[in-house]
Design a protein around this ligand. Sequence first.
Ligand SMILES: Cc1cc2nc3c(=O)[nH]c(=O)nc-3n(C[C@H](O)[C@H](O)[C@H](O)COP(=O)(O)O)c2cc1C
Length: 358
Amino acid sequence: MADGPINIYEYEPLARERLSKTQYDFIAGGATDEITLKRTRQVLDSIMLRPRMMADVSRIEMATTVLGHEVSFPVMLAPSGAHGRAHPDGELATVRAAGSAGTVMVLSSASTYTMEEITQAATGPIWFQQYFYEDRGMTVEMAHRAEEAGYTAICLTLDIKGTSKRERNIRNSYVTPQTANYQWANNLVRDRSATWDYLEWLASQTSLPLVLKGIMTGEEGKLCAEYGAKAVIVSNHGARQLDTTFATIEVLPEVVDAVDGGIEVYMDGGIRRGSDIVKALALGAKAVLIGRPLFWGLAVDGEAGVRAVLNILRDEMEMTMALCGRPTLDSLDRSMLGITSPLLSALPQSQGLGLLSL
Ligand SMILES: Cc1cc2nc3c(=O)[nH]c(=O)nc-3n(C[C@H](O)[C@H](O)[C@H](O)COP(=O)(O)O)c2cc1C
């Protein structure tokens, strides 16, 4: 008998036992009917792998780069607020785990510890996530503060112009925790009028590369590249903002095709198995990010729990690549997938999709 959890799914109930109902629901939940939340897993599970047998898989290469940083495998830690809700060490634990796994953490501006305390604890590169504030001075000030503290990219989250209806939180009377980074104030109100010029303006104010998070269409992916972003994250905020959107894995190919190699494309949403990572990379993502699983690891065993979560994903990814006969990241492509989702199966047959179209 293994003594601990052996996959990401087994972490969740253990974490649930350690968290209050309010905190568990905040982390696990999605917007309104949670249709996209469910769809995310359904679509990932509906993508079938077409394995090759007779390939040399004696060495599996998973290391890659994200915005020029070397990472040991293509999984980053998604920006997510207040890790202190899951463990007293909060982001200090998470950033250490990211460093020891050889990958990048994206720090949420709503962190439990200050952005400066977190860089002190870091042993690898960190990116800083923030929003577009109505007070543009504040937006730039945050970016400059991150730059000074040693962050190497600004991740701007675009999909949170409104407070979404998360019904579990409403029922639980959830109260957003205070962040250590700043005092809540009116000048931190998100700018609902922001359009592409805001982005162009911000890009001119910081020397850090901009990563735009929350893109769900090819048209906007292309605009991100045109307005100066260096990378884009295909994301629907873990199905926590607008419900009844497609799953991110379904729209990933249209974004990849629209940006056409001009900028890097990452994806998050529902990554729970090594095979999910392989599927996203086969559809053109350079890397993926994980959100909820890091909270499950943190709640169960702090830094060691996050490390264990990352190790499980790494081992499963390696095994999937070996059994698929695809030993390098470059060898992962659309021809290894059979697709049942109508949106994905509409992609051209020449790209290897549509095999299992129903
Ligand atoms: C508890 C929680 C807090 C989050 N906080 C933020 C945040 O502060 N900023 C942000 O851009 N995204 C935030 N997200 C979204 C994640 O960055 C990511 O898009 C999502 O969790 C990925 O889906 P997954 O949880 O299925 O892996 C949060 C997600 C969760 C679960």
